[in-house]
Design a protein around this ligand. Structure first.
Ligand SMILES: NC(=O)c1ccc[n+]([C@@H]2O[C@H](COP(=O)([O-])OP(=O)(O)OC[C@H]3O[C@@H](n4cnc5c(N)ncnc54)[C@H](O)[C@@H]3O)[C@@H](O)[C@H]2O)c1
Length: 265
């Protein structure tokens, strides 16, 4: 893991930080000396995650990113404890229904867009006033290969992730001159509880994914957390408005054949 000494003593709010990619980010930032607030729908899991983090000054918060009052409470609690927020990671997320379009429930569509897209928008809106006062901050959103490639029938998820890619650009441009950077990471298929559940339910085929991925394997949460630490650090000071694929080459591949022909153990 790269070391970013400037992160020592900074403050991060990680939504969805009790599991998967958000949890890996919380652990990675805490190892760099960052005070981390883990905000999650599952308040108990957030408390357990925080109890296990290295270092101190961490905070567990329960709530729903799709509720504006909750995200404002998250930001207020972090500011009350630390007086600043240097990093926001918008990692709260839910899977979509995988139903064909005509069978999709509009309520499911709305909930997914509310959590991913509106949640990312509202959490950023709650945190950026503090970053503007500081004239510094890094917002890191979670996109997906699904926000770029057409993965039918994942309508709501794909539309929300594509929207997050554009929010990343518009907000990145809006605050660039004031020291606030907004970037996104587009993970490929990473083996987290989120992905493992979809594999177990037969909604994702891990062997097919490996054949479709030039690297020949699924990624790990740590691959994403390492990219997040870079985007949180001053090493990425002139990078804003971008969506960085961290996907083992998945989005780069366009040929009709398998991308990986090696053994599948
Ligand atoms: N794992 C992958 O392969 C992958 C690939 C591409 C994108 N992503 C994205 O990365 C993000 C994190 O995914 P993950 O794999 O870590 O999932 P995960 O299920 O392991 O973790 C998601 C966390 O978000 C929390 N959460 C869900 N709804 C919430 C809400 N309304 N308010 C607050 N917290 C909420 C959950 O309780 C959970 O702790 C998601 O946005 C997901 O779409 C994941």
């Amino acid at each position: 893991m790269a070391s970013y000494p400037e992160l020592q003593g900074r403050v991060a709010l990680v939504t969805g930080g009790a599991s998967g990619l958000g949890l890996a980010a919380a652990e990675t930032l805490a190892r760099q000396g960052v005070h981390v607030a883990v905000a999650d729908l599952d308040a108990g899991a957030a408390a357990r995650a925080v109890a296990a983090l290295p270092g101190g000054g961490h905070l567990a918060l329960g709530g729903d990113v799709a509720r504006e009052a909750d995200v404002q409470r998250f930001a207020g609690a972090v500011l009350e404890r630390h007086g600043r927020i240097d990093v926001l990671i918008n990692s709260a997320g839910i899977p979509d229904s995988f139903q064909p379009t005509l069978a999709q429930d509009v309520a499911d569509f709305r909930r997914l867009v509310d959590v991913h897209l509106t949640g990312t928008y509202m959490a950023t809106k709650a945190v950026v006033p503090a970053m503007l006062r500081q004239q510094r901050g890094s917002v890191i959103n979670l996109g997906s290969v699904a926000g770029v490639l057409g993965l039918a029938p994942r309508n709501a998820y794909s539309a929300a992730k594509a929207g997050i890619g554009m929010l990343t650009r518009t907000m990145g441009c809006e605050w660039a001159a004031e020291g606030i950077r907004v970037n996104a990471i587009a993970p490929g298929y990473m083996l987290t509880p989120f992905a493992q559940k979809l594999i177990d339910e037969g909604k994702l085929d891990a062997q097919r994914i490996r054949r479709r991925t030039p690297a020949g394997r699924l990624g790990t949460a740590q691959h994403i957390a390492d990219a997040m630490a870079f985007l949180a650090s001053d090493a990425s000071a002139f990078i804003t408005g971008v969506t960085l694929p961290v996907d083992g080459g998945y989005m780069a591949w366009g040929a009709a054949s398998d991308a990986y022909a090696g053994p599948l153990d």
